[in-house]
Design a protein around this ligand. Sequence first.
Ligand code: BES
Ligand code: ZN
Length: 465
Amino acid sequence: MKRTKKTIVSVALATSLALSISSTYTAAAPATQASASQAYNAVDKKVLNKINVDNIYNDIEYLAKTPRVAGTAAEHKAAWYIQKKLKSFGYKANVEPFTFVGYTEASKVELSADGTSYSPSAFTYSINGNVSAEVVDAGLGTKEELTNQDLTGKIALIQRGSISFGEKVLNAAEKGAKAVIIYNNADGELNGTLGGANDGYVPAVALPKAEGEQLLEKIKAGNLTATVNIEGAEVSERISYNVTATKSPTEKKRNTDDIIVIGAHHDSVEGAPGANDDASGTAMVIELARVLKSLPTDTELRFVTFGAEELGLIGSQEYVDGLSHDEKDRIVGMFNLDMVGSRDAGDLVLKTADGKANFVTKLAQASSLRLNGAATPYSEGGRSDHVPFAEAGIPAALFIHDPAEPWYHTPEDSIDKISKEKLQDVAEIVGTAVYDRARPDHTGPKTQKGKPFKAPELYYQQDLK
Ligand code: BES
Ligand code: ZN
């Protein structure tokens, strides 16, 4: 990227400007002001000169040839590739395995009753089974409601609402039910999950509201027999990986003992090549590892790509759980790069789990202000790997373009939708923000520890309740 303006304002001024900017998105200065206040400094230049956006683009192209679902051969191949790239820069990179309980969706889901075929879907984590039995009305399937009901050998028909799908299935199974049908309490599709594997489950299917009510009418009219059939579902222990590389401070005498983590997730959802989500962040972590390798630093830098983010932030949670108390204390910032290159998404924003500014947002607002004349705004947001760090009291922020592109989690999340300009912009902001703190003679904002904090329930694409 070409920069003609060479105005240098002090880092301190840029920083104080950044700090005075509030958390609303509208706080960012309009683009027209950008050139007037562009003021990256000589230190930034060391980073900017080294960033090569084609490296990022090419790695995205390689990684996004196929989906990289956690626990599959494609994810493993991606992990080895990332390790190989990090090693090629001179890092001692590690591929760190962890296990998780994975689920393969059912290939066949059927429900027939009284000669009629219905249109059920299986709940994620339901077990397989072929059950023919009498259908009985089990209300909302709460423990209280079922106290005096014997469901032995029956199929329980339960309405959605008040408690989770998983609890309904367990309650009915405890009362002897052989299968469970849960019908919606509102119009629209019911795309549900039982939340996790459990030995107590029986086969469970979801039905639209109208079909559930039809079954209820038939029960009221007399005995109703149905067949529930679920095939091809599989719960099994699987292996995913985090890939890590560490740069120790080069200035041993000035070692701050602090650590900065730059992370992204390398897995994708099923069916999506995940060029933007999140080969973009992964490739940017790789490029920043290359750029920062040759620069003098007083702070330890850790480059990490996480597995199984899409299944519930599993890899980043594993990583955080594996940190010693001392390490958690020493990590002053976690930069989470997730969806940082879509041509069709909105502007760059920062998301923190508690919605508050922290050391990472301060560094990034200061660098974006120096580089572009406008501080990247921040607001509250979870849904990615910064959350487990934030919960451990580590200042962390997600870098993402908002609103998300329409291709998010679809087969269209492919390399042709990736913008080199967007990649360049984010790599510059993150690279210079990190180096603003990791350079041996750093000034800038003071490190500031976060407080351990409990994020509200993880956001899942499927309904739990
Ligand atoms: N990159 C997304 C998160 C995201 C997407 C945030 C769009 C903001 C806008 C991430 O990979 C993801 O899909 N996360 C899951 C949640 C996770 C806990 C399974 C999600 O948002 O469904
Ligand atoms: Zn993602």
